[in-house]
Design a protein around this ligand. Structure first.
Ligand code: NAD
Length: 298
């Protein structure tokens, strides 16, 4: 009989599926719920238990991990008669790993407390590959004791796990992360088009660039996407659009000016408006191609 906490996992998408499987591999008993039947089947095949509802998934759980797209989905799974707060045990800990607005995390922690349920915000960086390899960076907001309780579980999912401050702080740091990643991808995309139009061997150029100060995890992880024009997500433009909205809004609230971030937010929005919202964020390359008079591959 496992002495590890019993886990409910809500949201088994690109990130949630491999992450929950890493918990199963680490010996945790995981019961999951998500909207797609094939993802529930995948969880069961990996050794977890597929639930028919959020209520069924969370009723016996010590820890409820959530990994859904954005604030409206977090509110939908948390609140209401069928939600987590009504159906989880008093004393349970919610670990919300979705990337959402800091205010939604603050409100969730406050509402959960009234039910005797604790919450930490624990968004992640590292993408699908980081989720599969269990090397995510996990930025946490909440109480020290709850962070300490969640840490062993988070160590089965990631490598760099840091308590950043009170509720919502993890989300604020994640917003900064998304700003840096978007600007970095845009710069790489501009370099790719510039190099190609200049007739330089792109593979050689990106290899040597990645060994110097211009190198980055973005370039390492996205190089093949650029080279092969492979924009299968990964991290969807739709989600990065959501995150650029979060960082722009949060920065405005504290009086921080993000001029380059604002431009890149517009480029992400424009890509989405052109029908590329379902592609990986490395598809920012397609915008640069269009701006440079090229026709992106279909
Ligand atoms: P996804 O769209 O692939 O998966 C989201 C999952 O949430 C889906 O399986 C869906 O069924 C589930 N869901 C939505 N509403 C639900 C509901 N009401 N009840 C139950 N399940 C519900 O998204 P993803 O790429 O896995 O991203 C999840 C979160 O992680 C987002 O906040 C995203 O910004 C963040 N994130 C993603 C990546 C990445 O590379 N994909 C990296 C870091 C962080």
């Amino acid at each position: 009989m496992s002495t590890l906490p019993k886990i409910a996992w809500i949201g088994l998408g690109i990130m949630g599926s491999p992450m929950s499987e890493n918990l199963i591999k680490a010996g945790y008993d995981v019961t999951g719920f998500t909207l797609e039947q094939d993802k529930l089947d995948r969880l069961a095949a990996a050794g977890g238990t597929a639930a028919k509802s959020i209520a069924e998934a969370v009723k016996d759980a010590d820890v409820v991990v959530t990994m859904v797209p954005a604030s409206p989905q977090v509110e939908a799974i948390a609140y209401g008669p069928d939600g987590i707060l009504e159906n989880a045990k008093s004393g349970a800990l919610i670990v919300d790993m979705s990337s959402i607005t800091p205010q939604t995390s603050v409100d969730l922690a406050k509402n959960a407390k009234e039910k005797g349920i604790r919450v930490i915000d624990a968004p992640v960086s590292g993408g699908e590959a980081g989720a599969i390899e269990a090397v995510l960076s996990i930025m946490v907001g909440g109480e020290q004791a709850d962070f300490d309780e969640a840490k062993p579980l988070l160590e089965a999912l990631g490598k760099t796990i840091v308590l950043c401050g009170p509720h919502g702080s993890g989300q604020t740091v994640k917003a900064a992360n998304q700003l840096i990643v978007a600007v970095n991808i845009q710069a790489c995309a501009e370099a790719v088009v510039f190099l190609e139009k200049s007739g330089v061997d792109l593979t050689a150029a990106l290899d040597v660039l990645n060994g110097g100060l211009a190198g980055s995890t973005v370039l390492t992880r996205k190089k093949d996407n650029f080279l092969n024009r492979d924009f299968k997500p990964g991290f969807r433009i739709d989600l990065h659009h959501k995150d650029m909205g979060i960082v722009t809004d949060a920065a405005r609230n504290v009086g921080a000016s993000l001029p380059v971030g604002a431009v890149v937010a517009q480029l992400v929005a424009s890509l989405r408006a052109q029908g590329d919202g379902g592609l990986d964020h490395s598809a920012l390359l397609r915008s640069v191609e269009r701006l440079s008079g090229e026709k992106p591959a279909a």
